[in-house]
Design a protein around this ligand. Structure first.
Ligand code: SF4
Ligand code: SF4
Length: 101
């Protein structure tokens, strides 16, 4: 069975507003993906995606390369812990300008 077929058979969630609203406003640390280190981003191949798999909020895309929906990312850091390439850095939210938010 191809991975695409398998993925279409399992249940998947999409990020959306729950009781907590736009939960990204809770975040103190922001995960930032380095495309120079990220395996699918640098290889152009569908590989790894640990960040997508382990994110408890389902806010990481399974794309080449992966992106994060900061509207709902709570900054838990699980993606950074599970990244085998050390491609995700947790950066202090205070270091971003208003335009970057
Ligand atoms: S876990 Fe790391 S290397 Fe793997 S897809 Fe995510 S950012 Fe890229
Ligand atoms: S910090 Fe947590 S919520 Fe945000 S993308 Fe990583 S695993 Fe998901």
């Amino acid at each position: 069975m191809s991975q695409e077929t398998f993925c279409s058979m399992i249940s998947m969630s999409e990020p959306g507003p729950g009781d907590g609203g736009n939960t990204g406003s809770w975040r103190v640390l922001r995960p930032v993906i380095d495309p120079e280190k990220c395996i699918p981003a640098k290889s152009g191949k569908a590989a790894c995606f640990n960040c997508w798999l382990y994110c408890p909020e389902a806010v990481v895309t399974k794309t080449i390369g992966p992106t994060i929906d900061y509207t709902y990312c709570k900054g838990c850091g699980i993606c950074a812990e599970e990244c085998p390439a050390g491609a995700i850095t947790m950066v202090d939210e205070a270091s971003f300008t208003k335009e970057e938010n």
